[in-house]
Each structure stands twice: as structure tokens, then as C-alpha cells.
Design a protein around this ligand. Structure first.
Ligand code: PLP
Length: 373
């Protein structure tokens, strides 16, 4: 098997799995049963300070959730927003949630063909919202899950904070595992453990000092009353372990990713395949537009050979519509339908990439659609 869909999910790290197993085997008590399960409660708090330390936050600013989707919903639905300014390339957990807020005015900030947002337009929109009055949430992701495009996080934070009652939410799900970032200037951030070798169903929301937050899930005292429900003790401990390993290996992983990306770039150029997203991208997400072949068919053909890639993002797989994100960069529907995504981690070898491109070339010959000429 050659797995090139790490933006969808990563294989759990063996140390994270062992941590989950050990903690779940011994400390399986309900952490809320304080008289006999102090160890389980301690594991949660130790993991929280561990994670806070790694991401450079105060311990009480980390709220454990089931993942990034829940974290995004919590801050977007939990606080009242009169205006939400977002990019058209946000992940559905932000995009759809924003569009479903009953009382918020939604404003889309312009982006260029790489997906980079227009900072002047952001300032104009903030100015307009300030004239109207009310609270403003700026929701612009750190790195895009389909293109890899990295946004100017620091500048977005600076511009946002020029305005009263305006807060910056950065979906850092695809950025944090690969790049060094600072939470300074970010009011809210979300993370998902299964994107960095942790387990599915665990993640967290970072809430900066003074940023409004209310619970989305009610009916329990957990997480300081902000997120009701018995905690996933083993999963939280495993997430802390996976984050520690990710942080420790980040520089080395980036170097490897640069090398792999270089090989993909060279092979794509000789095959006449275009790479999208520009230069400022997370190295391990590569969006490729083929000149002549349907992406869904290519993904299915490669899967028969145990090569796993994606067409657009995993979340939009199965939908007949071309990716909203790709269309928002100005791609035609046809181009979007010819676009595949390769995303990898450090386990990938250069020879795997060579194999994948050989297979892509082979299937392009078979699947070539003359209507694209
Ligand atoms: N945000 C981004 C950028 C993502 O890529 C994903 C997952 O694909 C999510 C949010 C949702 O994460 P989770 O699976 O933890 O809900």
C-alpha cells in the first residue's frame, strides 16, 4: 500500500496507541468520580499542561473536544457574532457553520488564484463591520486542506485587532502539525489529533484571554463547564503524546517533505501536470491538475492498486459537484474535476512517489478523456 491521503487522516503513531491502551487499561474510571479516580483526572490535567506548553498557551485556554469540527462549532455557535468574515476556501466545518448562523451577517474576503486572502479587502470588510457595529469573528484558516496554501496568520491577527470587538479564529488543523506558528494574535484555534498521529475523536479548542466562549454541549461540569460529557482520557493522553512527537520531529519532517515535494514537482512538470497553491504552502499537501483525465476515475484506478490519494478533499469525495474550494480559486469546473490531492507524511519514500507517477501516467493513457482536449 502507498498511502498519500494524510490530509484526510494519518496512521496513529504507535507510541500514541500504546499510551491510549495503557491509560485506558489502568485508568478506565470516570475522571469525574473524584473519590477513587484522581489518576484519571490527573492524566487529563497533565495532558492539558503538556499540550499548552507545546503550543505556547495558558493551561486554562485549552478545551478538549472530539476534534476540530466540534471546536469550530463551539466557538462559532457558542458565542454571539453579528458579523463573520471568512474565506471562501474554509473547511466545511467553518464554512457551513458560518453560513448556518441565524443572526450573523456573512462576508467573504477575496482570495487570489493560489487561495491567499486579500489583506486590503479584509481591512475594508472590518471597517465596514465596525461602521455597522456589533461583534465580528474573522475565520481564516492557517493552511488549506485541499491546496496546502498558508495564510498570513500574523498579519490577519494584527489587522483584526485594530478593531474593537473583533476576534480572529484560525483553523490550524492542517498548519500546526507541519509549521511553527505563534498563537499571539490568534483568539481561537482548533486542532485535530488524527491529523498528527493521534486518534480520531480527539482534539482541542484554544481560546485566548478575553475571547468570548460559551458551551455548545451542556449537561455536565467537565472542561470547566464548557464542554459537557465524560472525557476520553486515553485519547487525550494519546493526543499529548502524538503532539510531543510531532513537535520533536517537525524540522526533520519538513526537510523530508521538501525533498518529496521537489520530486513530485519534477515528475509533474515532465508529465504536463500543473501544481496549484503557489509557493507558500505546507510542503506535504500537493494539489495537481491533470490536463486530460477525470480525478475521481484516477483515484478509483489507483485505489485498485492500493495507492490511496484524494480528489479534492475527503469530505467532498462522493459528491458529484466539483470542489467549492478549487472553484473559489478561479478554476473552471472542468479543471476542478481533473484535480487530485497528494498528501503525505515522513513515512513516504521517494521510490513510492516514482511508482505513483508511473501509475498515474499509465492510467492517464487509459482514462484520457478526449472531451478535455
Ligand atoms: N479543518 C481542516 C482544515 C481539516 O482539514 C479538517 C479535517 O479534514 C477539519 C477541520 C475537521 O477535523 P476533524 O476531523 O477533527 O473534525
Amino acid at each position: 500500500m502507498i498511502y498519500l491521503d494524510c490530509a484526510a487522516t494519518t496512521q496513529p503513531n504507535i507510541k500514541a496507541l500504546t499510551t491510549f491502551y495503557n491509560f485506558s487499561k489502568i485508568n478506565w474510571f470516570n475522571p469525574g468520580s473524584r473519590l477513587y479516580s484522581t489518576d484519571a483526572a490527573n492524566i487529563i490535567e497533565t495532558s492539558r499542561s503538556y499540550i499548552a506548553d507545546i503550543v505556547g498557551a495558558q493551561t486554562n485556554s485549552i478545551i478538549f473536544t472530539s476534534g476540530a469540527t466540534e471546536a469550530a462549532n463551539m466557538l462559532m455557535r457558542g458565542a454571539h457574532w453579528d458579523h463573520v468574515i471568512l474565506s471562501a476556501i474554509e473547511h466545511p466545518c467553518v464554512y457551513k457553520t458560518a453560513c448556518s448562523l441565524p443572526s450573523a451577517d456573512i462576508h467573504f474576503v477575496k482570495n487570489d488564484a493560489d487561495g491567499k486572502i486579500d489583506l486590503v479587502n479584509l481591512a475594508d470588510l472590518l471597517e465596514w463591520c465596525a461602521d455597522q457595529g456589533g461583534s465580528v469573528l474573522v475565520a481564516i484558516m492557517g493552511a488549506n486542506n485541499e491546496l496546502g496554501t498558508i495564510q498570513p496568520v500574523e498579519e490577519i491577527g494584527n489587522i483584526t485587532h485594530c478593531y474593537r470587538d473583533a476576534y480572529y479564529f484560525c483553523d490550524t488543523t492542517q498548519l500546526w502539525p507541519h509549521e511553527k506558528i505563534s498563537l499571539e494574535g490568534i483568539d481561537y484555534a482548533c486542532m485535530s489529533a488524527h491529523k498528527f498521529g493521534g486518534l480520531k475523536g480527539t482534539g482541542f479548542l484554544y481560546v485566548g484571554e478575553g475571547a468570548p466562549i460559551k458551551p455548545l454541549l451542556t449537561g455536565g461540569h467537565q472542561e470547566g463547564g464548557l464542554r459537557a460529557g465524560t472525557e476520553n482520557v486515553g485519547g487525550i493522553a494519546a493526543m499529548a503524546e502524538a503532539l510531543k512527537i510531532t513537535e520533536r520531529d517537525k524540522a526533520e519532517a519538513r526537510q523530508k517533505a521538501e525533498e518529496v515535494r521537489k520530486r513530485i514537482t519534477a515528475l509533474s512538470a515532465s508529465a504536463g501536470i500543473r501544481i496549484n497553491g503557489g509557493h507558500d504552502v505546507v510542503q506535504n499537501i500537493v494539489s495537481l491538475t491533470m490536463p486530460d483525465c477525470d480525478a475521481q476515475k484516477m483515484v478509483a484506478a489507483l485505489a485498485m492498486n492500493e495507492i490511496y490519494i484524494a480528489a479534492g478533499s475527503a469530505c467532498s469525495t462522493g459528491s458529484a459537484k466539483p470542489s467549492r474550494v478549487l472553484l473559489a480559486t478561479g478554476m473552471s469546473e472542468e479543471e476542478a474535476r481533473r484535480t487530485i490531492r497528494i498528501s503525505f507524511d515522513s513515512k513516504i519514500r521517494l521510490k513510492d512517489i516514482d511508482t505513483v507517477f508511473k501509475q498515474i501516467e499509465l492510467y492517464r493513457g487509459v482514462l484520457k478523456d478526449d472531451t478535455y482536449n
